[in-house]
Ligand binder design. Structure first.
Ligand code: ATP
Ligand code: IP8
Length: 243
């Protein structure tokens, strides 16, 4: 089994509220459906981060944050259902699962994911808002990846974002940034995070290290070229392998 995360930067324009990249999303899904057995996770992009950033989510419960959270919850469900529909129409039955409903007693219970897989349905999880002791919190899809990896011990965890892999520094800010084909423990910088309330590439990077440390083969690839998923493990591989 593989666990794959599609970054919000691939599904949406992170600077424009709810701007969905239909064609790009569809191409990515087309490239995933031939994987035999997988769990899918996706990020929020401008369906999740835009309103959250504007209205101070995550944070203590307040009237304004409750209004914002209900919008984010709606928008994330909407984004998720677009992905679910793309899988369903390609004859890969899938259902969306929000962590909002899985949280109780300081933890997330992923039993429903197990049940879904057992019934040969692809679970499609995603970053979302949830209640935590007086807080309206946000769980990132990257953190979901780590929890699922721990429970399901997949063969591979594959993270897709809008860059070719991990660089020594932000490639969008530094044209001379160096791509790391493998990552073990070198120093990396991430700069400031924008349009993202869950920690951007830095959280993704830490999550990938956690997956690798569980002994799972872990990769970051550019989802603008989703066919690169098929080059994993070959000489042609373009991306970062965590070793
Ligand atoms: P998510 O759904 O988790 O938000 P995402 O695919 O949208 O995932 P971002 O959080 O936007 O991912 O992170 C990707 C961005 O991180 C890249 O566009 C890049 O500009 C930035 N970045 C910063 N530092 C680095 C680095 N050292 N290596 C690679 N990318 C970096
Ligand atoms: O984009 C965050 O998920 P991520 C989702 O995977 C929200 O970090 C609601 C902002």
């Amino acid at each position: 089994m593989d666990i794959v995360k599609i970054g919000g930067s691939l599904l949406t324009d992170k600077t424009a509220y709810r701007k969905f990249f239909q064609k790009k999303a569809s191409t990515i899904i087309q490239n995933l459906i031939h994987l035999e057995d997988f769990i899918l996770v996706h990020g929020g992009g401008s369906f999740g981060h835009y309103i959250s950033e504007r209205y101070g989510l995550p944070g203590e419960i307040s009237d304004e944050r409750i209004r914002a959270a209900s919008i984010v919850k709606y928008d994330m469900t909407d984004l998720n259902q677009k992905i679910v529909k793309m899988l369903n129409t390609r004859n890969r039955p899938s259902i969306g699962i929000s962590p909002f409903f899985l949280h109780s007693h300081e933890d997330f219970n992923y039993d429903i994911v197990r049940k879904t897989i057992k019934n040969r349905i692809i679970p499609v999880l995603y970053g979302d808002v949830y209640f935590r002791d007086g807080f309206l919190d946000i769980l990132s899809g990257d953190s979901i990846m780590v929890s699922l990896a721990r429970i399901f011990k997949p063969r591979r965890t594959i993270f897709m974002s809008d860059v070719d892999g991990v660089y020594d520094r932000d490639p969008k800010k530094y044209r001379d940034a160096t791509l790391m084909n493998t990552y073990s423990s070198e120093s990396v910088s991430f700069g400031t995070i924008s349009n993202d309330v869950t920690g951007g590439m830095e959280l993704k990077f830490k999550s990938m290290i956690q997956c690798r440390d569980m002994g799972i083969k872990t990769y970051l690839i550019n989802g603008n070229y989703p066919e690169r998923i098929d080059t994993i493990g070959t000489k042609e591989f373009m991306g970062t392998e965590f070793v």
